[in-house]
Design a protein around this ligand. Structure first.
Ligand code: SF4
Length: 324
């Protein structure tokens, strides 16, 4: 998946399956344009082509860069789990391996992997366990047949310590990046990964990204949520995602500067929403005229504007009840 989006000049669309937005036909066309493979090449053909192509790249590379799924404190080891083998090759062929990992990936003991690896595989891709699970605890030793001569681990903070110090949000650091919350999110399903414009997308991305990338610029992501609660229901590490989204919204309202016109507009709207009498003045007749004028040239000649009910919802309910 990573290779496909790189060839296309794109960024990953999903944190687990980076090329999920592309069909097999899209990929065949892309590879035909870039590598002159047959126009309607099958997935099997393209997989073999990529294996051969990348194998040479792995053999030639002086340096391999990887992430880490978990860091194991008691063994000083890096755990990488994957299905393609690309991480295994880029950490074992080159002479130097650099692993880059967020500080929140640390687990106390090697035995914790007995829980975490199946948890990640089951919730990420529906497997009992991923195909390749690699443990790296340092450079190649004399008895080893292969492996890098040097291994570096770069620990990234990038706002994680600040997040840890926020009691309402620090559980978000328990995320194992399985992607389950993205898969069930109706917003993610409709707008897709690119709309977020940040590396971490979906519900968990909407919570942590404003704190990593700049709260003022990205707090709108926390408002892109219907609060349906599906993400909280499926999260394998029980992160209260909807509570955190609400916390971010509250923080945004309390801390973000607004302009005068916006404040006046909100005050007028609030006074209407709090008064049934005022709401009834802004009734269906008025809305039909206003909306049809505003959208007159936008919906095209072949569509007719749906009409607002002339009576309010509460009045209709009361009338219906009286009729019974
Ligand atoms: S928040 Fe939970 S469901 Fe979403 S990616 Fe992280 S661990 Fe998976």
């Amino acid at each position: 998946g990573e290779f496909i989006v790189q060839v296309a000049g794109e960024k990953p669309y999903h944190i687990v399956t980076p090329a999920m937005h592309k069909s097999k036909e899209d990929i065949a066309t892309l590879f035909n344009e870039k590598f002159n493979t047959p126009e309607n090449a099958s997935p099997q053909y393209l997989t073999n082509f990529v294996r051969e192509f990348l194998r040479k790249e792995f053999q030639r590379a002086d340096l391999g860069i990887s992430g880490a799924n978990f860091l194991i404190a008691d063994k000083g080891a890096i755990s990488i789990t994957e299905n393609e083998g690309n991480a295994l090759l880029s950490t074992s062929f080159p002479r130097v391996h650099i692993a880059i990992s967020g500080i929140e990936k640390l687990l106390p003991k090697m035995t914790d992997l007995g829980l975490m690896l199946p948890l990640l595989a089951t919730n990420g891709t529906g497997q009992f366990i991923s195909a390749y699970n690699t443990m790296i605890s340092g450079p190649k030793k004399e008895i080893d047949m292969d492996g890098p001569k040097k291994v570096y681990l770069i620990l990234l903070d990038n706002g994680r310590t600040d997040l840890f110090n926020k009691p309402h949000l620090n559980l978000s650091l328990a995320c194992i990046r399985c992607g389950a919350c993205l898969n069930v999110c109706p917003i993610y399903q409709n707008i897709g990964g690119y709309t977020y414009e940040v590396p971490y997308t979906g519900p968990i991305g909407s919570i942590i990204s404003p704190h990593y990338e700049g709260f003022e610029e990205f707090n709108h992501l926390s408002f892109a949520c219907t609060l349906c609660g599906k993400c909280t229901e499926v999260c394998p590490v029980k992160i209260p995602l909807t509570d955190m989204l609400l916390y971010n919204r509250d923080l945004a309202v309390r801390t973000t500067k607004t302009n005068k016109i916006w404040d006046i507009g909100i005050n007028i709207m609030t006074s209407f929403l709090l008064s049934r009498k005022k709401m009834d003045k802004f009734n269906g007749y008025f809305k039909n005229i206003l909306v049809s004028r505003l959208l007159k040239n936008k919906i095209g000649r072949k569509k007719t504007m749906p009409l607002f009910s002339k009576t309010s919802f509460s009045k209709s309910i009361k009338t219906n009840q009286n009729d019974k």
